[in-house]
Design a protein around this ligand. Sequence first.
Ligand SMILES: [Zn+2]
Length: 60
Amino acid sequence: MAARKAAVRKPRVKKCSDCKGTGETTETVRVGSARKARETTDRQAALCLTCFGSGDAPTT
Ligand SMILES: [Zn+2]
């Protein structure tokens, strides 16, 4: 494929629906055992497992 910088276009990629294309999800931090689990106000940024942080929707 000939390299043409100016003509290069990114293929249209769908954004991941889970992370809205950011590649990150925010998870509510839970403390305690499963039974006693309660949500805290702390939220943790985590790598989106759907797109593995790429922000692109999986094609498969
Ligand atoms: Zn994602």
